[in-house]
Ligand binder design. Structure first.
Ligand SMILES: CC(C)(COP(=O)(O)OP(=O)(O)OC[C@H]1O[C@@H](n2cnc3c(N)ncnc32)[C@H](O)[C@@H]1OP(=O)(O)O)[C@@H](O)C(=O)NCCC(=O)NCCS
Length: 184
């Protein structure tokens, strides 16, 4: 589709660095994953190093009609010493949430990773109270695998997480254009 109402992924541009710095310095802009202030100079260093497109981890920008909606991440992991997999993450800016972008972007990133690497598995973790991300992952073709007990220290306590995955042969959702033309 070329009507501009589709979600696309693209590499990070220098003009995105201000947004990435906001996620590091504005409490809870990233949502529940806020873990305190981060180094605001780190994005420029990382961008200069490899444009956020590393062999083992990277970032892509979900955009709608040329506007950056937030930030996505992928990081390689290893099971059994030889089975490489990817773990993905997403943070949309508040004005872009609840418009159907999150599940489409996560489905697109999963397809991208399956297309460009032989990984058998893409996984994603979320919080028990993050209903939006749980629904978003299921719409992106992920299945709940289980509870990871006390896997993260957040907001002053060790907390459980939910682990989701999509395997290479799991059914992929059709990533349709957005139902309407959202504006920020
Ligand atoms: C979580 C997030 C990626 C979801 O993306 P989104 O574009 O807002 O939501 P989606 O369009 O993918 O929604 C998928 C489903 O969740 C529902 N949903 C969206 N926001 C919701 C909310 N706040 N509460 C409950 N359900 C919600 C949608 O209605 C949709 O379900 P439906 O098809 O039955 O209507 C996005 O809200 C976000 O970036 N939040 C802040 C950061 C974050 O929590 N990241 C994940 C950390 S693990």
């Amino acid at each position: 589709m070329t009507d501009g109402a589709e979600v696309r992924l693209r590499p990070v541009l220098e003009s995105d660095l201000a947004m990435i710095r906001r996620f590091l310095t504005e409490p809870f802009l990233i949502g529940l994953d806020w873990s305190g202030f981060g180094d605001a100079q780190q994005p420029a260093r990382r961008f200069a190093k490899d444009g956020y497109l590393g062999e083992e981890d990277g970032r892509l920008i979900p955009e709608v009609r040329g506007q950056a909606c937030g930030l996505m991440s992928y990081r390689q992991g290893l099971y059994s010493g030889r089975a490489k997999y990817w773990e993905i993450g997403i943070g949309l800016l508040p004005e872009w949430r609840g418009k159907g972008i999150g599940w489409r972007a996560q489905a697109l990133l999963t397809e991208y990773l399956f297309s460009h690497s032989p990984a058998q598995r893409v996984q994603a973790g979320t919080h028990p109270e993050n209903t939006a991300e749980q629904k978003s992952l299921v719409k992106a073709g992920f299945q709940l695998e289980g509870v990871i007990r006390a896997c993260e220290f957040r907001a002053g306590a060790w907390r459980d997480g939910y682990l989701y995955s999509r395997l290479r042969d799991d059914p992929a959702p059709e990533v349709t254009p957005l139902p309407e033309h959202p504006t920020s």
